[in-house]
Design a protein around this ligand. Structure first.
Ligand SMILES: Nc1ncnc2c1ncn2[C@@H]1O[C@H](COP(=O)(O)OP(=O)(O)OP(=O)(O)O)[C@@H](O)[C@H]1O
Ligand SMILES: [Mg+2]
Length: 278
């Protein structure tokens, strides 16, 4: 069953103060971020979006979350058009976006507070999640007292606390060092494999995409649409060892092939726009 269906999505932004941009070579005062974007996401799947910078990946997540509306087309969530933010969707951003005045525990509780869950229950759920991420000893710490990796664990725990049907993750590990990043990927996949949450995860790392995904959706250079959907045929549960297997390398190569021409197209556009091309 498909939980999310994006049908012929188009998203344009009007530029201000006489700013101009090129859309497919034509100068305009509107940025066309997405055009002809179609995607069906299965219930419970881990879908990873990869694509050049500026290809509309974050714009797509914002549309799924209901934070913004498409210029054309419809996104269905559980069969209903998305029109506003809903409790069915959780969002984890690249920057940790925790409330600085709240402890780790209280940050994880906050979505549950908004839902009116009683205090005892909130604390129980938040403690359980912090413990899954190995943060039981840090529940009283404020964000500034936590490392980047710990802050991002708290952000993910906070997003999972309300048991969203769909979890949107926009480059959540991009700011972390390589070792912490791998550890968080392992933790995320272990925790996710025990839920029926559908995840849409954006990354620039092909390794991260292949390690996490059921399917990798490759987005074209702007205006973004789906170029290719690649099934990752690696067994689950996934553990760190899988990264050095030949199957992993084979899947990695497939994604790389689909992505590389789009990345060079996007580079070409940037050069044209900034006048560096000959
Ligand atoms: N509010 C806005 N006003 C004008 N243009 C916008 C706005 N938001 C996004 N865009 C443009 O839409 C395009 C897609 O942006 P988006 O942030 O989705 O890219 P992305 O694929 O997430 O890139 P990255 O990988 O660098 O995060 C870009 O050209 C961006 O400049
Ligand atoms: Mg982005």
């Amino acid at each position: 069953m498909d939980i999310i269906v994006a049908e012929n999505i188009r998203k344009k932004f009007k530029l201000k103060n006489g700013q101009k941009v090129k859309n497919n070579g034509v100068v305009s005062d509107e940025v066309e971020a997405l055009s002809g974007f179609n995607l069906k996401i299965r219930k419970g799947e881990f879908l990873v979006l990869v694509g050049p910078s500026g290809s509309g990946k974050s714009v797509f997540l914002d549309l799924v979350s209901g934070l913004s509306a498409p210029t054309g087309g419809v996104i269905y969530l559980d069969g209903k058009p998305v029109q506003a933010p809903s409790a069915k969707t959780g969002y984890v951003f690249q920057q940790y976006a925790l409330f600085p005045w709240r402890t780790a525990l209280s940050n994880v509780e906050c979505g549950l507070e908004a839902k009116g869950v009683p205090k005892d229950e909130r604390v129980r759920i938040a403690r359980e999640l912090l413990s899954l991420f190995g943060l039981s000893d840090f529940e009283d710490r404020f964000p500034y007292q936590l490392s980047g990796g710990m802050q991002q664990r708290v952000s993910i725990a906070r997003a999972l606390a309300t048991k969203p049907e769909v979890l949107l993750m926009d480059e959540p590990f991009a700011a972390l060092d390589a070792q912490t990043r791998e550890i968080l990927q392992n933790e995320l996949i272990r925790i996710w494999e025990g839920t029926d949450t559908t995840v849409i995860f954006v990354t620039h790392s092909i390794d991260e995409a292949v390690f996490l995904a059921d399917r990798v959706a490759v987005v074209t250079a702007r205006p973004g649409r789906i170029k290719e959907l690649i099934e990752i045929d690696l067994p689950r549960p996934r553990t760190g060892e899988i990264r050095s297997s030949t199957e992993f390398a084979r899947n990695r190569h497939k994604v790389w092939l689909a992505l590389k021409s789009e990345v060079s197209k996007a580079e070409q556009y940037t050069k044209l726009a900034t006048g560096f091309a000959g």
